[in-house]
Design a protein. Structure first.
Length: 161
């Protein structure tokens, strides 16, 4: 699950961290780039020693760097963390991504956990409503994970601290 309670549910302050899937770990990233570079040079082997090699080589290098740039961009765009902190009286949600930090606070008693089955940007869209605002939580999760998150949040907000 790409979310986890970092404290026990019996603790006075509960904290949950949510993050998007990172399917390519750093070791896999390095291996993929090296393997891709090695495989893309195989068709160049017959050109060794000819002048045509120097005409093809910049395009091959460009392709390798374009793939690396795309993977780096994807990785950077997915560096998001949401932290939900629940104490005895307050719920605080903080989202940190590449554009900065967004924060939301509400009295825990008045916070309402809602699931929008079909009218959100994704199916089973989970939001927290309170203090005159409605904020999304876990929009980057899969549909099954959002369903599980909704159940966990219902339990956490129902449970008095």
């Amino acid at each position: 699950m790409p979310y986890q309670w970092t404290s026990e549910q019996t603790d006075p302050v509960q904290e949950m961290h949510l993050w998007p899937h990172q399917s390519l770990p750093p070791e896999g990233y390095a291996r993929f780039i090296l393997l891709f570079a090695a495989l893309i040079t195989i068709p160049i082997i017959p050109l060794l020693g000819s002048l045509v090699l120097w005409g093809v080589l910049p395009f091959v290098a460009g392709i390798v760097f374009a793939v690396k740039w795309a993977l780096d961009r994807s990785r950077k765009d997915r560096q998001i963390i949401e932290v939900l902190r629940l104490d005895g009286e307050e719920a605080h949600l903080e989202r940190v991504d590449k554009t900065g930090t967004q924060s939301w606070r509400c009295n825990r008693y008045w916070t309402k956990v809602e699931m929008h089955q079909a009218d959100g940007p994704v199916p089973h869209y989970v939001t927290l409503r309170g203090s005159g605002r409605e904020v999304e939580i876990g929009a980057f999760l899969s549909e099954e994970e959002r369903l599980a998150l909704y159940d966990d949040l219902q339990t956490a907000f129902r449970k008095p601290s």
